[in-house]
Design a protein around this ligand. Structure first.
Ligand SMILES: *Cc1c(COP(=O)(O)O)cnc(C)c1O
Length: 365
């Protein structure tokens, strides 16, 4: 049997590099609570994003809940969002006491269809929460225009879009806020981890306080915040992985280009083109099988038989999960079609080009 290939494989620095980074912690004995590594990592991200307002979290999901709570929307308010995402996006809305309202996606890059947003707006709507899915960026200008017109906040789930730039500006700088995930399976990881980047600097103190039980700098507890702090070990992993980020993305680009070359211009195989003006991070390689000689499920099985594990990502839609049945949506025709035909192929920096060819041969023959 061939060696198992998963859809993703975590990037890591060398063992020595990580050990070297965490060595100081054995002297300082400060393992969390905004220690030196946390501070350093946060500064490095602020530099990378080209902005001052970055707050770190122990994972991306809690980062999203953190930013939602900072806006203090009233309970039951509606948030227009996409069902073509990871369960986390929808759950963050519900756990924040808000109501998700699902909007269809477009068929080109699978982000929210901005033309269908306005029909969902009611007097309860407070925000739009789109996803920069697979690192494909949303129609930022169109969405933000709608938000301005109706006085809504825009919060992007940018879990897939780390280190991307659109029209020379970091993706982090669009909308009122953006969430990034540094989960082990993402382009860049801190083992578990996440961050929010936001426009209004006045909410920084609130976010910092809320991720640490609502304790403010004078020791008073103003908010019911809970605990979602990033530890020094996570931040150290981030510092190490940042050193290799450009190289990792370059390697992903090679994989992306090889897949594209092998699979382009084939009837029934739909690939994702990178939008003009976007500097991509090559996070995923999604393929839609629609009108091809094999269905998505058949391709999935064919690959599995060869010990290659692609992923039906995202299938089903979050709106089809049992926890979600009661929420409103518009016609989700595109979202349903994409969820039923999509497969993300193995994509990671160290995936050998010969393996990419093997995978494509299985799909094509
Ligand atoms: C990974 C992911 C999240 C959650 O991030 P975690 O760091 O795993 O908590 C949220 N949304 C999307 C689209 C994701 O892919």
């Amino acid at each position: 049997m061939n060696e198992r290939i998963n859809v993703t494989r975590s990037s890591m620095p060398s063992f020595e590099e990580y050990c070297n980074e965490i060595k100081e912690l054995w002297n300082s004995r400060i393992l969390t609570n905004n220690g030196i590594k946390h501070q350093k990592f946060q500064k490095e991200l602020e530099k990378l994003f080209g902005c001052e307002n970055v707050v770190l979290y122990t994972n991306g999901h809690l980062a999203l809940e953190g930013i939602l709570s900072a806006f203090e929307f009233s309970k039951g308010s509606e948030v227009i969002t996409t069902p073509f995402t990871f369960a986390s996006t929808t759950q963050a809305i519900i756990r924040s006491g808000l109501t998700p309202v699902f909007c269809d996606i477009n068929i080109t890059d699978y982000t929210i269809d901005y033309l269908k947003i306005e029909e969902l707006i009611t007097d309860k709507t407070v925000a739009i929460l789109p996803v920069n899915v697979y690192g494909n960026v949303c129609e930022f200008d169109k969405i933000e225009k709608i938000a301005t017109k109706h006085n809504l906040k825009v919060i992007y789930d940018s879990a897939h879009a780390f280190n991307e730039k659109y029209n020379d500006l970091s993706v982090a700088n669009y909308g009122n806020a953006s969430m990034f995930s540094f989960h082990a399976t993402k382009v860049f990881n801190t083992i578990e981890g996440g961050a929010v980047v936001f426009r209004d600097k006045h909410i920084k103190e609130k976010l910092e306080s809320k991720k640490n039980f609502g304790i403010s700098q004078n020791g008073e507890v103003e908010y019911v915040g809970g605990n979602s702090k990033m530890s020094e070990f996570q931040a150290s992993m981030g510092i190490c992985n940042l050193r290799h980020l450009d190289e990792e993305i370059l390697k992903r680009k090679r994989v992306y280009e090889r897949y594209f070359l092998n699979l382009k211009n084939i009837k029934g195989i739909h690939l994702n083109k990178i939008k003009e003006g976007l500097i991509s991070n090559y996070a995923y390689f999604p393929v839609r099988f629609d009108g091809y000689k094999y269905t998505r499920d058949e391709i999935f099985e064919k690959l599995k038989d060869k010990n290659i594990f692609a992923r039906k990502y995202f299938y089903p839609l979050t709106s089809d999960f049992s926890f979600c049945k009661q929420y409103k949506s518009n016609q989700l025709n595109n979202a349903k079609l994409v969820a039923n035909t999509i497969l993300t192929l193995p994509m990671f920096a160290d995936l050998p080009i010969e393996k990419v060819d093997d995978i494509c041969n299985i799909i094509l023959n």
